[in-house]
Design a protein around this ligand. Structure first.
Ligand SMILES: Cc1ncc(C[n+]2csc(CCO)c2C)c(N)n1
Length: 228
């Protein structure tokens, strides 16, 4: 069995919980609160910069020229997607540059981006790649699974369309092929580390959506700093 077949099976229940999460179900139904979507888009813009950095490190660690190109271009694309959030969803949903800049990272975003950066810098190329795989694969699958549920005139249709696009799905297929080839060459201990990195990344995808659904704020900014 290939690494990607194995990792998908091992994380199947987690994937089901992710696609069934009310954030994704309400996004497909067009009933997700504007507030939760705005929270998500702001945190996602923060996330994508860190994600792009992690991909650039993975590109630097890659074993061959094609893979260096694959991941440094993916790093660039993450930044292009980050910028397009500002002109796209942020403009559409009335989020100003000031709103974005004033919003600190949520705990979930901080946790996930810290995990990606730490893994990219500290771990081997195959393990670092396994950590970023859920970002690709879970989004491609969620997009595919909810596109048929999406209602007419869904205010979030553009979001769904991004992840079912051929361009995104093809990029995911390429990453799956790269990681399977790496896992075939890797020793058993490395493969287990790849599994652990994937599972943590996939858990953090769930946590990221859940945090947006709850409009989670950094706790110290709420009450803790107010004078008694
Ligand atoms: C939390 C979070 N996880 C995954 C993605 C999906 N995604 C957007 S751009 C890109 C790769 C571009 O190189 C990927 C995988 C996201 N937006 N936010």
């Amino acid at each position: 069995m290939s690494f990607t077949q194995d990792v998908w099976q091992r994380n199947h229940a987690l994937y089901q919980a992710t696609v069934q999460h009310p954030f994704n179900q309400e996004l497909a139904a067009g009933t997700l609160s504007r507030e939760a979507f705005i929270h998500y888009v702001i945190q996602d813009a923060h996330y994508l910069l860190a994600y792009g950095r992690a991909l650039a490190v993975i590109g630097a660690k890659a074993y061959d020229a094609d893979s260096v190109i694959q991941f440094t271009e993916a790093a660039k694309l993450a930044i292009i997607v980050e910028r397009s959030l500002h002109d796209g969803f942020m403009a559409d949903f009335g989020i100003s540059k000031e709103d974005f800049e004033a919003a600190p990272l949520s705990q979930a975003c901080h946790h996930y981006t810290s995990f990606l950066q730490a893994t990219a810098w500290a771990e081997s190329y195959p393990v670092a790649l396994a950590a970023v795989l859920p970002c690709y694969w879970v989004y491609a699958q969620v997009g595919n699974d909810i596109v048929d549920q999406s209602v007419a005139n869904n205010p979030y249709q553009k979001w769904v369309d991004t992840y079912v696009s051929d361009e995104f799905q093809d990029a995911v297929t390429k990453v799956l092929a790269t990681i399977d080839a790496l896992a075939e060459q890797a020793d058993a201990a490395t493969v287990e580390k790849m599994h652990a990195a994937y599972t943590r990344g996939a858990e953090l995808e769930w946590v990221f959506w859940d945090s947006a659904y709850r409009c989670e704020q950094w706790p110290l900014l709420q009450d803790a700093l107010k004078p008694a």
